[in-house]
Design a protein around this ligand. Structure first.
Ligand SMILES: Nc1ncnc2c1ncn2[C@@H]1O[C@H](COP(=O)(O)OP(=O)(O)O)[C@@H](O)[C@H]1O
Ligand SMILES: [Mg+2]
Length: 301
């Protein structure tokens, strides 16, 4: 057993005490809170990973420390999009083999990624000790994170729903395709009816023009009309269907880096500003471990 893993065993054992101690310390020194945003969709292949990767770069350009959690078990993962390689993933942290900082991979423009990998399945089935260990690990990251972006898989499987529920903001992506619209609507409805989640932001991807994007929003909004006393669905805007994105995916370089002046490149830039502006002025201090605590307590329900 190396020194580091011995230490982690100790942390495991005393994690309750450490958790309390850290909480007191944080209350004294903490000034800003990480913003936790989950990007999700009903249907796969609608552009979640591209949105997460490009927004991350734009947030970083706006001087934010960005951490991505790759919660998508799909094929084209965020590491592929960013052209980075990861050897370890969240399971290595859960098992105590690695610390969170040891599995984090740094991508272009200093954005950092926590690979979810096969550990994602384990997330909804953690022992008490594993939960505390994870909370402690995330707690230690707080000071270095302004925006925590979660690339969720598509659909409504347990893990995805709980990650999406626990986030402060949910960006649901739909394309103008009827199947994508129906699935986005179903996702919102299920999140509300089964889990009581009430606030969502809709981003339309691959739209041909503004009117088409707005029609997608109006379609989903009007289908939800009987729930709208409770559900708040905001329109976040759209990203055009743009060949530059496909080219950038093939190059494994996000479009805002390889084609910053393209239509979609400029749209991502504006979108990142809008998202940050919309949350300026919110004063409640939350932490990354607050997010994970919420995630884990939902699992116990
Ligand atoms: N705005 C867009 N314009 C054109 N093609 C896009 C756009 N967004 C995504 N794509 C294409 O769709 C594919 C799937 O995108 P991806 O981000 O991997 O979706 P998801 O993560 O939702 O499965 C990409 O490989 C890319 O070729
Ligand atoms: Mg994806």
């Amino acid at each position: 057993m190396d020194q580091a893993s011995g230490l982690r065993d100790l942390i495991h054992k005393y994690s309750n005490d450490i958790w309390d101690l850290r909480k007191t310390e944080r209350a004294k020194y903490k000034h800003s809170a990480p913003k936790v945003i989950a990007v999700t969709s009903g249907k796969g292949g609608v552009g979640k990973t591209n949105v997460v990767g490009n927004l991350a770069i734009e947030f970083s350009r706006l001087k934010k420390n960005v951490l991505i959690f790759d919660g998508d078990l799909g094929l084209a993962n965020i590491d592929v999009l960013l052209g980075i390689r990861s050897k370890f993933h969240i399971q290595h942290v859960i098992s105590g083999e690695k610390s969170l900082s040891e599995i984090i991979v740094t991508g272009p423009e200093n954005i950092r990624v926590i690979p979810g990998g096969s550990g994602l399945q384990k997330l909804s089935n953690l022992s008490e000790g594993e939960r505390l260990l994870l909370l402690n690990e995330f707690d230690s990251l707080d000071e270095q994170v302004d925006v925590f972006l979660i690339d969720t898989g598509a659909g409504i499987s347990t893990n995805i729903t709980y990650l999406t529920m626990a986030a402060e903001e949910r960006i649901v992506i739909s394309t103008p395709e009827p199947t994508s619209i129906t699935d986005a609507y179903a996702l919102i409805k299920v999140m509300y009816q089964q889990h009581g989640t009430k606030t969502f932001k809709l981003l339309v991807n691959m739209a041909r023009h503004r009117k088409e994007a707005e029609a997608v929003f109006n379609n989903i909004h009007s289908n939800l009309s009987r729930f709208l006393q409770d559900i708040q669905l905001d329109y976040l805007g759209f990203i055009s269907r743009d060949e530059c994105i496909q080219k950038s995916v093939r190059k494994q370089i996000p479009v805002v880096i390889c084609f910053p002046k393209s239509t979609s490149g400029k749209q991502f830039q504006q979108l990142a500003r809008r998202i940050l502006d919309s949350s300026d002025g919110k004063k409640d201090v939350k932490t990354l471990s607050f997010f994970w605590k919420k995630f884990m307590s939902n699992l116990q329900l």
